[in-house]
Design a protein around this ligand. Structure first.
Ligand SMILES: Cc1cc2nc3c(=O)[nH]c(=O)nc-3n(C[C@H](O)[C@H](O)[C@H](O)COP(=O)(O)OP(=O)(O)OC[C@H]3O[C@@H](n4cnc5c(N)ncnc54)[C@H](O)[C@@H]3O)c2cc1C
Length: 477
């Protein structure tokens, strides 16, 4: 991408887009506006556009496409791979558009594309409702849903994408599609956890909501020398039976500089199930359970926020397995070898029956996973990049060694991970690409690795890949 094209884009945007929507390199707001969560991705876009006006967005997309300038779309800006920014390109930044509207008649939430998990949690709680989501409240709901969405209710209620009921998507050619189970089903399928992006710009998401659960949650902490044993015991219990109302997320981390295992957990069944599951786990692993108590759900959703405050540089690597086979001893060794105290290993467990109950019409590729391990490194200083990246890579390789069927969760992986999510779904993705984004305007992130199909297009392809029937409103001018 040439500097000339970037300059031409800015000149063109200035004539077709209101000034107030644009943040340009000359603006005092630019340096803040261009930042994403992971400061490793320190890019300088040619222009940042903040608007939900469909006409403005269409004009901006047409300008970028004509000048062949790359486009990145930002929800909450949290993807660790820095997918929502781009050098010398156009960033469409929705991070300020965070409204959530709840309709009590349909029990559905309509969500703006920049909404964070905390926006949904607090606003829906006022109606006694929720949407299962992730565990840090500043994460964007749009990116989270596109990759799946693993959180405290996953054991019983599945992923965030399992509660998506529809979306409005603006395509590169200017059409706006209302996407749902009944309309543009193939695209809806991809939005539900496919991990390959939206093939367009999501202007609104719609979710079915659940009654706000009563939860019992907290952390049972162990010194590091007990960690491997406790994790082995958890695996033995889960081999017998994986609960549907207890989500377990043990984390190996440093607290106040001291390494430990914190078995973080959330029971979300009724009182009898909660008593049964906590008693069983308590008997199995022991420890001090005084922190595990009944808590308001929105508060538990934000409980770990202070450990993830930006700005930081970050490197994550995720490994999912269909067996409870990833080795607790190695995980413990990995924490011992961590270069600094902000490195951690998060272990997540899944009930595959729950995940499969929601599988129809979803491209989420990890419904057979029984566990996932996320090695996460965060550090403030550029000089420490190499040691942290090396730690994440090396220990992930060791953890994966001998396991041939491991995969990675797209929301926790950058493009360097060949195991990331969508492996095996290539042909389906190429079909979607031809139908919805043939010129690959939105082919960033995990989709960037797909072969460019433009040259291979034939008239037969076009015939085969006509848009599925269903209204498209309104048609591009
Ligand atoms: C601190 C932290 C905690 C996390 N916790 C969890 C967790 O508990 N569970 C979990 O499953 N994941 C978690 N994640 C991962 C998270 O789900 C992904 O990073 C997700 O992509 C974040 O979405 P976002 O909108 O904030 O990110 P962005 O970086 O803005 O977007 C991510 C991707 O979605 C695309 N996108 C965003 N908005 C739109 C739009 N309107 N239209 C089209 N495409 C769009 C972007 O182009 C990009 O490719 C966490 C990440 C962080 C940094």
């Amino acid at each position: 991408m040439s500097g000339e094209a970037a300059r031409a884009l800015v000149a063109r945007l200035r004539t077709v887009v209101p000034d107030g929507c644009l943040v340009l390199p000359s603006s005092p707001r630019y340096d803040t506006a261009r930042q994403v969560y992971n400061r490793m991705h320190d890019h300088r876009p040619a222009a940042i556009l903040r608007s939900l006006d469909e006409t403005v967005l269409r004009k901006a997309l047409t300008s970028a496409a004509t000048l062949e300038v790359p486009v990145a779309v930002r929800g909450g800006g949290h993807h660790i791979g820095g997918f929502s920014t781009v050098d010398a390109g156009l960033v469409i930044d929705f991070s300020e558009f965070r409204a959530v509207a709840y309709d009590p008649h349909t029990q559905t939430a309509r969500v703006r594309p920049g909404a964070r998990l905390g926006d949904l949690d607090t606003q829906l709680a006022a109606y006694g409702r929720c949407v299962p989501s992730g565990t840090v409240s500043d994460t964007g709901i749009t990116g989270l849903t596109l990759g799946g969405g693993i959180g405290w209710l996953v054991a019983g209620h599945g992923l965030t994408c399992d509660h998506l009921s529809g979306a409005r998507v603006l395509l590169a050619d200017g059409r706006i599609l209302d996407v749902s189970r009944d309309q543009h089903r193939d695209l809806f399928h991809a939005l539900r956890g496919g991990g390959a992006g939206a093939f367009g710009i999501i202007l609104e998401l719609r979710f079915r909501t659940l009654p706000l659960p009563r939860i019992t949650a907290g952390s049972v902490r162990f010194p590091l020398n007990r960690a491997a044993d406790v994790l082995h015991r958890i695996h033995a219990l889960l081999e017998e039976r994986t609960p549907t109302s207890l989500t377990l997320a043990p984390t190996l981390l440093h607290r106040d500089g001291v390494p430990e295992l914190s078995v973080d957990l959330c029971c979300h069944g009724d009182a009898r199930e909660t008593a049964r599951e906590t008693t069983r786990l308590k008997k199995g692993i022991g420890g001090d359970w005084s922190d595990v108590t009944e808590r308001p759900y929105p508060r538990w959703q934000a409980h770990f926020d202070s450990s993830f405050l930006p700005p930081m540089r970050g490197y994550w690597k995720s490994t999912h397995s269909t067996r409870l086979a990833l080795d607790p001893d190695l995980m413990t060794d990995a924490l011992r070898a961590a270069p600094t105290a902000r490195c951690s290993l998060l272990v997540e467990y899944f009930n595959t029956d729950t995940l499969h109950a929601h599988a129809e019409g979803s491209a989420y590729p990890l419904r057979d996973s029984r566990m996932g391990v996320l090695l996460s490194a965060r550090w403030p200083d550029r000089a420490q990049d190499d040691t942290h990246v090396h730690w994440g890579r090396t220990w992930t390789e060791r953890l994966r060694s001998g396991h041939d069927s491991v995969r990675a969760y797209s929301n926790y992986s950058d493009t360097s991970d060949s195991h990331a999510g969508m492996a095996g779904a290539g042909n389906a993705l190429r079909r979607l690409e031809k139908t919805y984004d043939p010129d690959r305007l939105f082919a960033r992130g995990h989709r960037a690795g797909l072969t460019d199909t433009r040259k291979a297009r034939t008239p037969q392809d076009d015939q085969q890949n006509r848009l599925p029937s269903g209204p498209t409103t309104p048609t591009a001018p």
